[in-house]
Design a protein around this ligand. Structure first.
Ligand code: FE
Ligand code: ZN
Length: 511
């Protein structure tokens, strides 16, 4: 008879987590705290007790890898069957993929940047619990970058615009909008990064930035994108919790932290909101089957959930809603139309295509924007349609002036006068700098020494740093190939799409 071995008692999760995050930490003996953590004092944030940080998820390493592996298995099964069954033919239309081109060029590189910076926080934050939370998020973000690249690469075989996204992210004009935002966050201190990315980006605006892409995918037959969306969702809720935990922890540690954090919220709300203009244009104009309008999403995800739900709670700590939130609300009837006009005018230099909204789409826009669309924007599209019916297509030849902060061409209008371009001017060290809004001007004047260094794509072209003086020179330097850019109607993507569907009238089965 063999004797049963006494079973090892498994510790409750709470204790295991405490052992992992607290008891594995040690006090340095031969270097000082300031040498070990040199970056946590210069921003002026005071932390008295790092043990006050509680991570409500209590995720351990073994559990983490088990969950993530299961999610990966499911995702890659979807990708395999999609590739084998020519699933791309079941999309609503090839023009839908313009939204996904924007995603891989603009968003996926930010996932990778987040991976890098959370790895830095995992080394340099003083508390063991937030260090471990940052480590998990760093691994998540790497996985997001990888799953997005694998998912979207399925389309690279058949469609333009997907081949050089990483180079484009570093070079192409509209991609410097997201890139410069993240560079701004990564070159800030560790606490500002937490408020910028974990709180303002992941908590305040994540639903507004990601849900439109994922519901756009589900409405337009893009199973793979929907699947990576689902597989990132549980990570995303952890990241949102980290953002909320970070801000509450810092606010509770010392009253002197409150005004510093308020300044960061004011800055980062506006930075992230301005970047979301690209998402607004995508939602209202790039989806053949639109999900909901930008305005509706902004009201639901931001005005109701954040202004109505979150900020009343933060008021307890003395935190007020972001400084320029009124301007964002005042713009909600205009933002998407103004930004898509820019993209439409300049898509000859973009790695996606654009087209004038059809009459049916125009009716949808009119129903979503009863106060502005028919009066202000529809006449412009009607004119484009007339010009195109006569064989023309308007592209704006010439380079636009960019905002020194958000880097979007100056095409936004005054919140109280849609006929006047909003244009702000600041002087710094004898030079003049231009910004697009009260928000961007405020951000500039708060840290001019940072923003005077901005890599503005238009200035760089004029200074001769972008491949040469002509449009073909610049496009070659961008990595844009024939068929990536310009008008969608008649493009290689549109022609292949028509051919595939003509030769195969019932392609992949409907889901
Ligand atoms: Fe992510
Ligand atoms: Zn701006």
């Amino acid at each position: 008879m063999t004797q049963a071995m006494p079973r090892k008692r498994k510790l409750p999760l709470k204790e295991r987590y405490a052992l992992l995050t607290r008891d594995l930490d040690w006090q340095p003996s031969y270097v000082g705290k300031e040498q070990l953590y040199p970056y946590t004092s210069y921003e002026g944030i005071k932390v008295h007790d790092w043990d006050g940080w509680s991570d409500p998820f209590r995720l351990t390493v073994d559990a983490y890898y088990k969950y993530q592996a299961e999610k990966d298995k499911r995702l890659y099964a979807v990708l395999d069957s999609f590739a084998q069954s020519q699933g791309h033919l079941a999309l609503s239309d090839a023009s839908y993929l313009n939204a996904i081109k924007l995603f891989i060029q603009g968003v996926t590189p930010l996932e990778y940047a987040a991976h890098r910076h959370f790895a830095y926080l995992a080394r340099y934050l003083e508390g063991p619990a937030p260090r471990f939370a940052a480590l998990c998020q760093s691994v998540d973000e790497l996985r997001h970058a990888q799953t997005q690249i694998h998912t979207i690469s399925n389309y690279n075989k058949y469609y333009g615009g997907f081949h050089s996204w990483s180079k484009m992210h570093d070079r192409v004009w509209y991609l410097s909008v997201p890139k410069s935002l993240f560079d701004d966050a990564m070159s800030a201190g560790p606490f500002e990064f937490l408020i910028s990315i974990s709180f303002s980006f992941e908590y305040l605006l994540t639903n507004l930035l990601f849900v439109p892409f994922m519901s756009g995918a589900s409405f337009n037959g893009d199973m793979p994108t929907m699947s990576f969306g689902f597989s990132a969702q549980s990570d995303e809720s952890r990241h949102m919790t980290l953002g909320l935990e970070a801000i509450k922890f810092l606010l509770e540690q010392d009253e002197a932290n409150v005004p510093i954090i308020q300044g960061w919220i004011d800055k980062w709300f506006w930075r992230a909101y301005r970047m979301s203009a690209l998402v607004a244009g995508m939602m209202d104009y790039m989806l053949p089957k639109p999900v909901m309008s930008w305005k509706e999403a902004f009201e639901l995800y931001f005005e109701d959930q954040m202004l109505g739900g979150l900020f009343p709670d933060l008021d307890f700590y003395g935190i007020k809603p972001p400084r320029h939130v009124g301007d964002a609300i005042a713009e909600k009837d205009h933002l998407s139309h103004q930004v898509y006009k820019i993209l439409h005018n300049f898509s000859f230099a973009a790695a996606f295509t654009t087209s004038t909204p059809t009459e049916e789409h125009s009716r949808w826009l009119a129903s979503q924007y009863p106060d502005t669309y028919q009066q202000l924007y529809q006449p412009v599209w009607d004119r484009h349609r007339r010009i195109e019916a006569a064989g023309g297509r308007v592209f704006f030849q010439g380079l636009p002036q960019l905002c020194q902060v958000c880097q979007i061409p100056m095409a936004f209008t005054e919140t109280d006068d849609p006929a006047r371009i909003s244009f702000r001017r600041s002087d710094y060290r004898g030079e003049t700098f231009h910004t697009c809004s009260n928000g961007c001007q405020w951000v500039f004047e708060r840290e001019p020494e940072k923003y005077v260094q901005a890599w503005l794509p238009v200035h760089q072209i004029y200074q001769g740093h972008c491949g040469g003086p002509t449009v073909p020179d610049v496009l070659a330097w961008y990595g844009i190939q024939d068929g990536d850019n310009g008008e969608y109607q008649g493009s290689p993507d549109a022609r292949s799409w028509a051919d595939w569907h003509a030769s195969n009238p019932s392609p992949a089965p409907e889901r």
